[in-house]
Design a protein around this ligand. Sequence first.
Ligand code: FE2
Length: 450
Amino acid sequence: MGQGKILIVDDSESNAAVMAMHAEAEWENPIITASSVQDAISILNQHNDIVTVISDYNMGEGTGGDLYEFIKKDKPTISFILIAGDDIDTFKSNPLFADLFKENPPAFIAKPFEREDFLGPIKHYSGNRLSDGSSRYRKIAIERFLMFNEVLVAAYIKLSDTKYVKILRNDDKFPEETVRKYIKKGVKFLFIETTEYQKFLKSASKKILSKLSNKKVGMKEKLEFQVHSVDSIHRGLRDLGMSEIAVTLADKSMDTTVNSIKKNKSISGLISKLLLRKNYIYQLSMLTNYLSVAIAEKTDYGSPSSYKKLTMSALLQDLSLENENLAKIVDLNGEPFQKLKPDQKKLVENHPHKTIELLEKVDDFAADSRTIIMEHHERPSGKGFPRGINHLKIAPLSCVFIIAHHFAHRLLTEPMTSETLQSINIELKEHFGKGNFRKAYQGFVKSFKG
Ligand SMILES: [Fe+2]
């Protein structure tokens, strides 16, 4: 008879992996993960030996609340713990969750959490349905061990409850080959001495963090952000001299914005379609986000609400364009535009309008973001589109966005040499330093001084 299982539900694979790692190190119980409410429900229907479910609240489709309702009704003996990054009071005051707050600690884990904040409620609510592992060793899934392949610790495999054999020493290069050999042999877990586990966790979390400026990305996996592409954007921006802080800030803004987008079914659908494309439009969205937040941080507009407006605009700016070649057109006097068929010309000229139309029914969409999207192709010279307004008329926050957008566009469409960078700098200095653009331009200069 096996032990009761623990089910962890999070639409971010990386978050789920971290939680699973914490839980499996502590208890012998098998850990299963699910990436959506639907997924979790079908697992619950297949396995009748699940003792505890730990679920994130905000997920792409369905919430932890939906899952909790299902469990209350159909599987009332399972203990349920909710995880959420939102304000705890909104959950406390919701009658649906009243039972979660009856005891101390509550069956609620607020994000971000430390290992102990996570383990405490599970232990409390699962009580004697959890079976402790050996106190001498901590368990880790062998595949996860590979994920952290810079961490050097001695590792064991378990032969019986009392017998463990050391297979990896801690004084070598990371023994990837050996680990893979054991995976082939069907070994599922490695064991690390409890005394070394803290050290292991520390290096592992560092590794996770760097992978997961993705935790941030992790939360967005549902929207199909690719870890590697964000990673390379991060690296690229640092190479350009953008500070770590600015990158983190932009990540954070992306994180909050995407979370609020997720709650909004209509935008969520639109945007996941957009981000699935992985092409110029996607890259432009990501880069414009990072650059505009970095610039805003160095101006008077450096506030979370401006960051959110900029991020929202960055993600949605070209929503109405399907064709990435059309999205690449930034100049109505240039040859690429002139060569287009009349209906394509219309699409390009009208895409800011069209995008705003698509967003008309979306609540919680800031008026400033509408303005930014409407103006994202305007130019200080007045030669932009659709309205041809100039540096005196374009809204100040749009100016931040336009500089970021212009910079991002050039970074994506030209070979990235020091000459290109220099020419971008000169161009911005000459044309983007006046009127309402002045402060934004100064912010740009400051944000790339490191
Ligand atoms: Fe555009």
